[in-house]
Design a protein. Structure first.
Length: 279
C-alpha cells in the first residue's frame, strides 16, 4: 500500500450499482486532492477467490466488501482483526505493504460513532438497549455495543431461535425478548435500534407500537433509504432524538479511507448534502 502514485480502491459486491460508497470516497479524494479513484466492482460469488488476489495484482490499496461476500471473504484473507472475527464478517480489506490482505469490520464502530455524532455524551452503559432483528447487521451492533461497555442488550427477532443463538454466543449481557413483546419492550430503554430491513424502500414498514417510548430514548435505524423511516418519524414525534443509517455508512467509510489513503476525512454538511442528493 504505497503512499505514492494513483490510489485505487473500490467496493466488491453483487449487486453493487446501488452503493453510495463510490460517491463518498470520490468526494473525499477530490476534497483532499489525492490522485485516485474508488470504483464499484461487481463480483459473482464463485469469482470472489480470483477477485481478491486480483486487488494486489492491479495495485489496489484495498476495498469495501458488501453482500453477498461479507462472510465468505474472511477465509480468503491472510488475517482478520478480532472485531471482524467476533462479528463473523468483514466490510473492509486492506492490501498490506507485503501484498497480503487484512480484513476488518467497521460497521459497528461506524454505528457507535453515528450515535455520538447525534448525542455527544452518549454512552453504551447508560441503560438497557433493545435491538430489533438478529441478522448480520445486528451482530455488528451487538459486538460494538459490548466493546463500548453495554451492560444490558435485549434482542427481539421474528425467528426466536436466531435471537437466542446470538444471546447465547455473546453471554450474560445479551438476552432475548419475544417478538410479540417488542412494543412493550421499548418502555424503559436508553437506546432502541431497528436492525431489520423493515421500512426500507420497497419493503413493508416495521410494525411496532411506540406509545411506551420515553422522550429520553435514543432511537436509531440502520436504514438510509429512505433517510427517515416511519419508525424514526414516529419516534421523533414522541420527542426522541433519532439517528438514521447514513451516519453508520459515512463513519465506517472514514475508517476505511484512512487505512487506504492515510488521511482521516470529515463528515461535513456538504458531504451529507452530496450523498442525500443521490437518493
Amino acid at each position: 500500500m504505497s503512499a505514492n502514485g494513483f490510489g485505487l480502491a473500490g467496493i466488491i459486491g453483487m449487486p453493487v450499482a446501488h452503493s453510495r460508497s463510490p460517491a463518498i470516497h470520490n468526494y473525499w479524494l477530490n476534497a483532499h486532492g489525492i490522485p485516485g479513484v474508488y470504483v464499484p466492482l461487481a463480483v459473482q460469488p464463485e469469482r470472489l477467490k480470483d477477485a481478491l488476489p486480483g486487488l494486489v495484482a492491479l495495485g489496489f490499496r484495498g476495498c469495501n466488501v458488501t453482500m453477498p461476500h461479507k462472510q465468505t471473504a474472511m477465509a480468503l484473507l491472510a488475517r482478520v482483526n478480532d472485531t471482524a472475527r467476533r462479528i463473523g464478517a468483514v466490510n473492509t480489506i486492506v492490501v498490506e505493504e507485503d501484498g497480503t490482505l487484512s480484513g476488518f469490520n467497521n460497521d459497528g464502530n461506524g454505528f457507535v460513532q453515528s450515535l455520538r455524532d447525534a448525542r455527544e455524551d452518549w454512552r453504551a452503559e447508560e441503560g438497557p438497549i433493545l435491538l430489533l432483528g438478529a441478522g448480520g447487521a445486528s451482530r455488528a451492533v451487538v459486538v460494538a455495543l459490548l466493546e463500548n461497555g453495554a451492560r444490558e442488550i435485549l434482542i427481539a427477532n421474528r425467528t426466536a431461535d436466531k435471537a437466542e443463538a446470538l444471546a447465547k454466543e455473546f453471554g450474560a449481557n445479551v438476552r432475548t425478548v419475544a417478538w410479540a413483546d417488542r412494543s412493550a419492550a421499548v418502555a424503559d430503554k436508553a437506546l432502541v435500534v431497528n436492525c431489520t430491513d423493515r421500512g426500507m424502500v420497497g419493503k413493508d414498514a416495521l410494525e411496532i407500537d411506540l406509545s411506551r417510548l420515553k422522550p429520553s430514548t435514543l432511537v436509531a435505524d440502520l436504514i438510509y433509504t429512505p433517510l427517515e423511516t416511519r419508525f424514526l418519524a414516529e419516534a421523533r414525534t414522541r420527542g426522541c432524538k433519532t439517528v438514521n443509517g447514513l451516519g453508520l455508512l459515512l463513519n465506517q467509510a472514514r475508517i476505511a479511507f484512512k487505512a487506504w489513503f492515510g488521511v482521516m476525512p470529515d463528515v461535513t454538511p456538504d458531504l451529507i448534502k452530496a450523498i442525500e442528493a443521490t437518493f
